[in-house]
Design a protein around this ligand. Structure first.
Ligand code: UTP
Length: 297
């Protein structure tokens, strides 16, 4: 029997340089996709998967993120007094239970593995999820829920995986596949940002993980990996070397890399078109843009 996963780590201490100058004063995770900050999508996905403890690994300049999760009693009272119940419901749906969120500082951006390691004392000896909020996933069943369901059958560590074109593999952590069972694959290795042409497969790891607490012991060693950073991928690969199972789940859904400008724009279009209140006007606009581009060719 696997233990239930109730804790999630959100590493949000990165500097978000790809979004400069915006990220000079706005944390990347507060940037809005339609009308909700990226972090809200991540929190909603975690909640849907049964997570009750939310651990943010933050850094200097991220106070807007902490403020976002404070209650807004004045705003609530104003909306209530003016009968704006729909907006009040939206606002209240973002409220978190007292004590459900913990913030830890990563004093120096030493890599994703190091950010996760910063949460070790709050994780203790339980399996835990890791969610990178800049990977936004549109899915009928939220991605982490799919992973929790699959994890119950296999335990160990689980990563969300998706096929990428071979020329893009060097931008990701990539799985070396031992057994391929369709949606679930068992890994025999994992490589972070493999050199071009040397990726062991096209199956890339994206920002959702369920990890065994033993990963923290490897991260304790603070070994530097690709890019001179402490890599989470290396700590997960060490689980395989130690004889513990690591699986990749080919999740059902579409992932948007909102850590990149192009991915963020694509997500904006997809999430805008998925919104019943915006769909008609927005799709008419996109049709017009497309027609004008065609006419100009
Ligand atoms: P990225 O590689 O996207 O880095 O980190 P970044 O700093 O956020 O963005 P760019 O590349 O400068 O534009 C992936 C995830 O890991 C977290 C980031 O916050 C992001 O969620 N991270 C990365 C940390 O928390 N600490 C680190 O030291 C590195």
């Amino acid at each position: 029997m696997t233990r239930r996963v109730t804790k999630a780590v959100f590493p949000v201490a990165g500097m978000g340089t790809r979004f400069l100058p915006a990220t000079k004063s706005v944390p990347k995770e507060i940037m809005t996709l339609v009308d909700r900050p990226l972090i809200q999508y991540a929190i909603d996905e975690a909640r849907a998967a049964g997570i009750t403890e939310f651990i943010f690994v933050t850094a200097r300049g991220k106070s807007a993120l902490e403020d976002y999760f404070d209650l807004a009693p004045d705003l609530e009272a104003k909306l209530e007094a003016s009968g704006k119940t729909e907006l009040l419901d939206i606002l209240q749906s973002t409220n978190m239970d007292s004590g459900a969120i913990a913030y830890i500082r990563q004093q120096k951006a030493m890599g994703l593995g190091h950010a996760v390691w910063c949460a070790r004392r709050l994780i203790g000896d339980e399996p835990f999820a890791v969610i990178l909020p800049d990977d936004v996933i549109a899915a009928e069943t939220p991605c982490l829920q799919q992973m929790v369901d699959a994890y119950e059958g296999v335990g160990g560590c689980m990563v969300a995986a998706m096929e990428v074109p071979p020329e893009k593999a060097s931008a990701y952590g990539v799985l070396d596949i031992e057994e391929d069972h369709g949606s679930l694959v068992r890994a025999r290795g994992m490589v972070e940002k493999p050199a071009k042409g040397s990726a062991p497969s096209n199956l890339a790891v994206i920002g959702r993980y369920i990890l065994s607490p033993s990963v923290m012991e490897t991260l304790d060693e603070k070994k530097l990996g690709a890019g001179g950073e402490i890599q989470l991928t290396d700590a997960i690969a060490a689980e395989i070397s130690a004889g513990r199972g690591v699986h990749g789940l080919r999740f059902r859904g579409q992932r948007f890399d909102c850590g990149s400008k192009s991915g963020f724009l694509q997500a904006t279009v997809a999430f805008g078109l998925a919104r019943p209140d915006l769909r008609d006007e927005f799709s008419r606009y996109l049709d017009d843009v497309y027609a004008m581009r065609k006419a100009a060719e």
